[in-house]
Design a protein around this ligand. Structure first.
Ligand SMILES: Cc1ncc(COP(=O)(O)O)c(C=O)c1O
Length: 400
């Protein structure tokens, strides 16, 4: 790896990332290549973002054409591509209106703000509580951080916004006790991503629906990681029978171009007035063009069928690996959002996989996470599984 990049990064970049020692300068499909020409099979896709893989021809052509036509006009003017994306998202999510922003955190902020705006409009100004979950991760801006659970992220930035309570996702009685008629909203990741790829249980999902019905609290589903088709259906909320009033989207939706979207039910959207919220870049022509290419690709039955086949092969391969590798405690997730919980620290496994040409990452201390591009083939899965098993063994994953 070029030491000059590392040296300059150490000098001029805010030191908030622990980076793997690689500089990638090219990608093709499910592979990325370093400046020295080393090839890596990408099973993390830039943390769930490069949904169409790398160097995708239609995406690249559409972005280039858009750049030559018009990139940005702001939200001072009407916007043809936003309305196209919004109409598709309304159809796919069952929620009526979209607010466009630039990241998952911003989408979460928007949902949090408008949950309060809704109750303010109703005259319930005391209804400000948010109920979130242990292990939740919703982003690092002040509002999103306030509903993020891990104290490691929170403590240095206190005080955060008040009136946030955290429920244990496995304790239904405790959760129900927290939700009352001062609760503005419950916020949940249907599959907790950063917290260790933990799907919310069907029992908790039905308790959430029950609590919303009992108290009128709004439901915010943070589907930044689990949404946009990553698990099969467009929203994992639907798999769980959740009916959110607000949904946060991001990551895979832009296929590599930054975009975030908050989807609103008409009832919540009715509380919004001009000036309540906004974004300079939000939903600009470039981001919406990329989202349209992604949404069109996702509508292809060929892609959804190959995602399903790849997911089945991946899960069955991991389950049989679990029988051979004693440090695999659990394999969980859905579709192409996979967590492998280990009995040991996952960091050496990630490093060993990297040495073998496979990109994965760690979430929580002991969970290996896979978020491959949606375009992975059975051959990619067959190539990745032995590399992963070898990495687990090399990192102390066998015979212990
Ligand atoms: C569930 C969830 N919500 C919100 C975010 C924040 O998204 P971003 O990093 O795009 O701001 C993330 C990022 O990992 C996420 O996984």
């Amino acid at each position: 790896m070029s030491t000059s990049v590392q040296e300059r990064e150490a000098r001029n970049i805010l030191q908030v990332y622990r980076r793997m020692p690689a500089v990638f300068d090219r990608g093709e499909g499910t592979r990325v290549f370093t400046s020295e020409g080393r090839s890596y099979l990408d099973f993390i896709s830039g943390i769930g973002v490069a949904s169409l893989g790398h160097g995708h021809k239609d995406l690249a052509d559409a972005i280039a054409a858009q750049a030559q036509t018009l990139l940005h006009t702001s939200n001072l003017f009407f916007h043809p591509l936003q309305t196209e994306v919004a109409a598709i998202l309304a159809d796919r999510t069952g929620l009526d209106r979209a607010f466009f922003c630039n990241s998952g955190s911003e989408a979460v902020e928007t949902c949090l703000k408008f949950a309060r705006r809704y109750w303010f409009t109703q005259g319930s100004t005391g209804r400000t509580k948010y109920v979130a979950f242990r292990h939740a991760f919703h982003g690092r801006t002040m509002g999103a951080l306030s509903v993020t659970w891990d104290d490691h992220y929170r403590a240095p930035f206190a005080p955060l916004i008040p009136n946030v309570m955290f429920a244990d996702p496995d304790d239904i009685t405790g959760f129900e006790a927290l939700v009352d008629d001062t609760t503005a909203a419950i916020i949940v990741e249907p599959i907790q991503g950063e917290g260790g790829v933990r799907p919310i249980s069907a029992a908790m999902a039905s308790a959430i629906e029950g609590a919303c019905a009992r108290t009128g609290a709004l439901l915010i589903a943070d589907e930044v990681q689990s949404g946009s088709g990553r698990t099969g259906p467009f929203l994992y909320s639907r798999t769980l029978g959740l009916t959110p009033d607000l949904v946060a989207l991001g990551k895979a939706l832009g296929a590599g171009v930054p975009i975030g979207v908050a989807m609103f039910s008409n009832a919540v959207a009715a509380s919004a007035s001009p000036g309540d919220h906004g974004s300079t870049y939000g939903g600009n022509l470039l981001a919406c063009r990329a989202a349209l290419v992604f949404l069109e690709a996702l509508a292809s039955p060929t892609l959804t069928a190959s995602m399903l086949a790849a997911s089945e092969r991946l899960f069955s391969g991991l389950r049989s690996m679990q029988e051979r590798v004693p440090t695999i405690r659990d394999v969980r997730g859905a579709g192409l959002m996979v967590g492998i919980e280990l009995t040991v620290d996952a960091a050496p496994v990630v490093a060993a996989a990297f040495e073998r040409g496979l990109l994965i990452n760690r979430t929580g201390a002991t969970v290996v996470r896979l978020l491959p591009p949606y375009i992975i083939t059975l051959a990619d899965v067959d190539a990745a599984l032995p590399l992963l098993e070898d990495a687990l063994v090399a990192a102390g994953g066998s015979g212990q």
